[in-house]
Design a protein around this ligand. Sequence first.
Ligand SMILES: Cc1ncc(COP(=O)(O)O)c(C=O)c1O
Length: 416
Amino acid sequence: MNGFWYRKKRLYCEQVSVAKAAATVGTPFYLYSQAALERNFQVFDSSFREIPHLTCYAIKANSNLAILRVFRSLGAGFDIVSGGELFRALKAGADPQKIVFSGVGKAQEEIDLALKHRILLFNVESAAEMKMLEERARSVRKVAQVSLRVNPDVDPRTHPYIATGLRQHKFGVPMEDAAELYRIASRSRHLRIGGIGCHIGSQITRLEPFVDAVKKLKGLVAALSASGIHIRHLDLGGGLGISYNDEDPPPPEAYAKAICEIVKDMECTVLLEPGRVIVGSAAILVTRVLLTKQNGSKNFIVVDAGMNDLLRPSLYGSYHAIQPERVNGRGLWKADVVGPVCESGDFLARDREIQIPKKGDLLAVMNAGAYGMVLASNYNSRPRAAEVIVKERRMKVIRRREGFIDLVRGEAVNPL
Ligand SMILES: Cc1ncc(COP(=O)(O)O)c(C=O)c1O
């Protein structure tokens, strides 16, 4: 269920025509289906109903306040990786006792802010971080709940940039170091052992890597328990993939079933940090064709959204389906869909069979809800796109389009 469908050959988001939304806000813009956001969250969360759990939506995937509010109102917790994400979560009304703080490099001010708000767990990724957390907690007379992020050395078989659970990656601590780190934590009056966790990567389309990682963690929790270290939260991170092209990832129900099977006899609350699987399919990026051109035998469709709006194709070579707003029966053309940015790497699709476009046509870049707007930049001094949410027949701008004045905010005209 992604909320986007055709009626009389025109693309709709729920009951709002994409053409109407484009006429109202201009292009490019991200368009979200609230029904899809809600349903994706509920399907995921309810798949774990047989075990004590908390679904902490990973804000990094999409951090718009209105979207966070949708999940908060469905009972979500949040996974944050910065002070900025903590600020966003609190602004969206999150319960701090449902916030977990991940990330390999937390700054002192970020730790202080999280301590002040008494978040549920700090996912600690090194001995140095634990030392710093202890010092900060002591100085503000608070107790920090520690959850060690261990590195289970499992290959998630995804793009190398988004694999995170192998020994050579910067994330987490080796499993064999965990017991000693927990012992250090248990000696401090300002640290409390709260949990253990892992996150092995993103856009994972098979169950085996998850199953391997959870089994390893279960073994470690048993070994820790035998040495008197009792773990109350088991944080399994995020990572479940979606279908952008021809991938066939397990549905959340199958993912949950495989995990529940392993953890159901553990005395832990399971924490989950899904991002992509919740928001990925719930949005499109709507862009307008500026012109078409041919360089020799190569065809190009130049659109008004570029790598500054959606970086994934340029960054990872990611595939996003591109669909016309209006099905016109003009036949197909093989072309690159490219943006206006001055980089050869600025493309949304390469060698794609696409309905023959005309200047002014609208195109929808599908499955753009995760790691889309959050990775947008002002490169080439391009104002960032608007974001719009639709619920049934209503639509609302949830981030206004930037103007030129936004580009220079905070800059000084006069040098020394
Ligand atoms: C610690 C952590 N948790 C959760 C996520 C969310 O991952 P995904 O969007 O693949 O579910 C990430 C993403 O990289 C992460 O680093």
